[in-house]
Design a binder for this molecule. Structure first.
Ligand code: FAD
Ligand code: MG
Ligand code: MG
Ligand code: MG
Ligand code: MG
Length: 544
């Protein structure tokens, strides 16, 4: 029932309709892709649009360059300089055949090959009642819905903390910082209250938390210090709370030491081995893992930067499939196909997915039997080589091992008889399996997954009954190119495997050059450079 305004509040009855469905028009296979983040954009940029009809569904009609979102919170760059409208991207790629629908996918009916979407507009009155749910049938579905901040069930986080994940968060943080400064400057406010208002607390000292601390530091001491009274600036404090024993704890030890030293020099507080148990409107409760006591820490602004968890759709999808036991992400095989979908036409990439790699150890006996071609219960180096060559596609962990085969063979042939006995073979396999690690939730992984999946689909023969191995399709392999983090004060750290690990002013320049290069379009590159020049010349924008 709808009430129309203008006319005399007339009542009209909408007949109950079946769900609208977006029918296929041409004979191209249709790929529906969920999301407009890193994984989907890499996919869209590489998929052959002459071969497939592509429909992109996302509640967000733009791509966001997340590695610079932290810089946007304090206005070192503008948010709009690091976003790119998806419609513009699609238009650039194709004249026809592909389309974008701004909507949220709320259900995946994988047994019948369709999804259900819901209108996602927030500023369109009546949209929820006038735009009913719609079905979109697909031939292939790519799930790339990313993740969302994870409060880990901690009380009061949603109500009292800010997050740093979406474009809108940057604006909220900037406004909040200004609020804290203006409150501290209010006449008659006590010194204690001033200090509390100017306490900027960051929970989680991974790359995002560390970068946020660095950017807020710059904002306060480069820009706000020029316009607020000295007494106010003197009362500012930035603190990081970390449950592990170090900040950036997944990085190289050299970088950890460097960053911790730099933070000490900048007087950025770091509280280690501390777990947040509750957040109240103006204070946080932490329990120290060392003395097991709980402490209350007042703050002006608290930023929650600790970890990500699954979106409701990811959770719902996993719950509907018995084989999906990992409840944080969609488990896929090495070809990025969601495990447990009988038709094998649903893929998951980026933060919402995790690749399940098969362990060789689970098939140890069969492997040994397969390898032992002459049946003498031991393996010669040639037999081992055959085994590796025959299985390298199915087990990517064998790949780095191929070139070192003779050395490894010699090392594991403990009794030096030039053969591997079963127990020697087992030890070797254990070592090879230890190369398997879960991939981090980063843009770098999401990007490589998107490119891989698009290229795989471009080369796929149409007959779906054909096995991947028969089609000579390679499994997904991640190549880690290194990680950067900005730590404030024109200083950045970099961890590039086998090449460089450390920090400094030079690294900061490299960081800038690389991130500029990685911008989505020429327009973004131009805008980001302009923002940087503007910051150097006039300082950051200090309005709310
Ligand atoms: P996202 O990029 O998050 O995209 C998910 C998309 O799905 C969004 O468009 C979303 O609107 C859409 N969506 C959500 N729900 C639905 C639904 N129901 N239906 C349809 N669409 C939906 N990584 C790095 O490698 N280097 C960095 O320096 C780095 N810095 C970061 C800094 C910050 C502040 C943050 C937050 C992250 C950073 N990351 C970085 C991590 C990186 O952003 C993520 O790993 C990456 O965005 C994952 O890509 P994705 O495509 O899986 O998800
Ligand atoms: Mg994506
Ligand atoms: Mg993104
Ligand atoms: Mg043998
Ligand atoms: Mg031996």
């Amino acid at each position: 029932i709808l009430y129309l305004e203008g006319e005399d509040k007339k009542e009209i009855i909408i007949p109950k309709q079946p769900l609208t469905s977006i029918k296929k028009t041409g004979d191209k296979e249709r790929i529906v892709i969920l999301g407009t983040g890193w994984a989907s954009l890499a996919f869209i940029n590489n998929i052959d649009l002459d071969k497939y009809e592509v429909i992109v569904v996302s509640p967000r009609n733009y791509f966001l360059f997340t590695p610079m979102l932290t810089a946007a919170t304090v206005g070192s760059v503008e948010v709009r300089s690091i976003t790119e409208p998806i419609r513009r991207i699609l238009k650039r790629l194709s004249k026809c055949g592909s389309q974008f629908i701004e909507a949220e996918c709320i259900d995946i009916v994988y047994n019948d090959n369709y999804i259900i979407i819901k209108d996602a507009s927030t500023d369109y009155p009546g949209a929820v009642t006038s735009f009913p749910h719609v079905e979109i049938p697909y031939d292939k579905l790519v799930i790339a819905v990313g993740s969302m901040p994870n409060t880990m069930g901690t009380k009061g986080v949603t109500e009292n903390c800010l997050f740093l994940k979406e474009a809108g968060d940057a604006r909220k943080i900037r406004t909040k910082i200004m609020d804290c400064f203006e409150r501290a400057n209010y006449p008659g406010i006590s010194e204690i209250e001033q200090r509390n208002a100017l306490h900027f607390l960051i929970v989680g000292a991974g790359p995002t938390g560390v970068e946020a601390a660095g950017e807020i530091y710059d904002y306060i001491y480069d820009d706000l210090a020029k316009i607020f009274p000295k007494e106010i600036i003197a009362k500012c404090q930035i603190s990081l709370i970390q449950s592990a024993e170090h900040l950036l704890n997944t990085y190289d030890k050299k970088i950890i030491d460097y960053t911790e030293k730099e933070f000490q020099r900048s007087n950025i507080n770091a509280l280690f081995s501390s777990r947040v148990t509750e957040v109240q409107p103006r204070k946080i409760v932490v329990v120290s893992k060392i003395d097991k006591r709980s402490y209350e820490i007042p703050f002006g602004m608290a930023l929650w930067c600790t970890g990500v968890g699954p979106r409701p759709l990811t959770q719902k999808f996993c719950d509907s499939i018995p084989e999906q036991s990992n409840n944080r992400a969609i488990s896929t095989d090495v070809y990025l196909r969601a495990i447990g979908v009988p038709k094998k036409n649903v893929y998951a990439i980026g933060d919402c997915s995790t690749v399940t790699q098969q362990k060789l150890l689970d098939h140890l006996k069969e492997m040994f039997k397969e390898a032992d071609e002459n049946g003498d219960d031991k393996l010669s180096i040639d037999e081992l080589l055959h085994l590796v060559k025959n299985n390298i596609q199915r087990y990517p962990q064998l790949e780095p091992f191929v070139n070192r085969l003779p050395q490894e063979f010699a090392e594991f042939d403990v009794n030096k008889d030039n053969f591997l006995q079963f127990d020697e073979f087992q030890h070797l396999i254990e070592k090879i399996d230890s190369n398997l690690t879960t991939l981090p939730a980063t843009a770098q992984v999401a990007n490589q997954m998107g490119i891989y999946l698009a290229k795989t689909m471009n080369n796929m023969t149409k007959d779906p009954s054909q096995d991947y191995l028969d089609q000579k399709i390679q499994p997904f392999r991640y190549k880690h190119l290194g990680s950067f983090a900005y730590i404030g004060h024109h200083n950045a750290v970099a961890d590039i495997p086998g090449k460089f690990s450390g920090g400094g002013f030079g690294v900061w320049w490299a960081w800038r050059a690389i991130y500029l290069e990685k911008q989505f379009s020429l327009k973004n590159k131009f805008l980001v450079s302009l923002d940087w020049s503007k910051t150097i010349l006039f300082g950051r924008d200090i309005s709310r």
